[in-house]
Design a binder for this molecule. Sequence first.
Ligand code: HEC
Length: 412
Amino acid sequence: MDLALLDWLNLIGRWIHLIVGIAWIGSSFYFVWQDNSLEPTADDPDRKRLHGEIWMVHGGGFYHAKKYKVAPPDLPAHLHWFKWEAYSTWMSGMALLAIVYYLSGPAIMLPPGSGLGHAGAVAVGLGALAGGWIVYDLMCRSPLGRDDRWLAVGVVVFVTLLTWGLTQVLAGRAAFLHVGATLGTIMVGNVFFVIIPNQRRMVDAMRRGETPDPVLGLKGKQRSVHNTYFTLPVLFLMISNHYPALYGHPYSWAVLLGVGAVGALVRHAFVLRHGGRMRGWMPPAAAAAMVAVMVATAASRSLAPTPAVAAGGAGADADAADTLGPVVLRIVEQRCTACHAAAPSFDGFDEAPKGIRLETLADLRQWSGPVIEQAVTGEAMPLGNVTDMQPEERALLGRWLSSPAAAQGAAR
Ligand code: HEC
């Protein structure tokens, strides 16, 4: 597809996804807050019929909302449903996945040296989205689903396995995004397959003059609570693709889970705060956990072997790698050495940024880990892509760096 057109679709897709995502998450935050702020009403102080009411002032007007325990005695003529916010967020997200990842070729989907192929990578990505929903939904419907705590343990174990698995198969950036997209798909699945159908059954029962089954409402509430906890980790994953140091980390799955735990804890504190039930230790604990993740990534990053050395010899044969060396050197001369040289030619640079010179194959071997992170699995380099590096060039660079030729050199 035409590159400029793809860029425009990418930008417009992100814009729409942000707008509808804000509408969805905003209304979901609003209802959680409202649920937790309800006060008993004067005519039903024991909360027999009503959960409570709330008075609000906003935008120059006064609002008065009440929440019923199961349902009101009579249905109003107009009932507002909240569902298109969720559906349109998912649809725009799927369009973005296709534009940014599936139409862009293997360099962005697969780690260097992977034998999976682009179609295989796309299948893994889509399989994670569909399979993730099926496994999660089965867990909720199994006996595990009757106990919220055990179900939570099950969900955490499942997300851990999913994260670990995807980071083993896909490139870091694609893996992070697909964990986020899988959790997002589960959230929308909850709305589409459980919350809305159950609400519809309750409304239908009332139209038939029957009392709706409260279990329907409770099942919907369970899913809604899960969505609450997924929200912040999913948002983190959606913006993480700008940070190669995280998704390019050798233990990226652990980094992801660490930050995910921080997000869930923050959300937990947030929900409790409205009921005045937040514990004092929660905000400092979340901050401390975040600092722990930051320190751990900084420390293990400098200790980790470069992926190229670790993956040395896997796949490509030595002869092919040797012929690739000069090609790769030419790519780097064109795209990187304007800045990463002893005497950079790029305006405003007096020395190689961060002391990283990329003028020989030996230089590339020395910095293979960070180079893969910045320019192969990630696109942080070339800075702002001022030298117009092409996806195929990233793929070639990655292939050489994970080939025996690069690994042998590094071992020498
Ligand atoms: C326009 C100048 C420029 C070009 C071209 C450029 N870089 Fe960089 N690079 C920088 C700057 C500036 C930094 C320091 C960034 C920082 O600290 O935020 C940097 C940092 C890096 C780092 C270290 C990042 C880290 O966080 O440790 C690597 C690795 C790197 N570049 C690789 C490359 C590769 C590979 C290419 C070519 C494909 C390239 N760069 C092209 C300017 C450039």
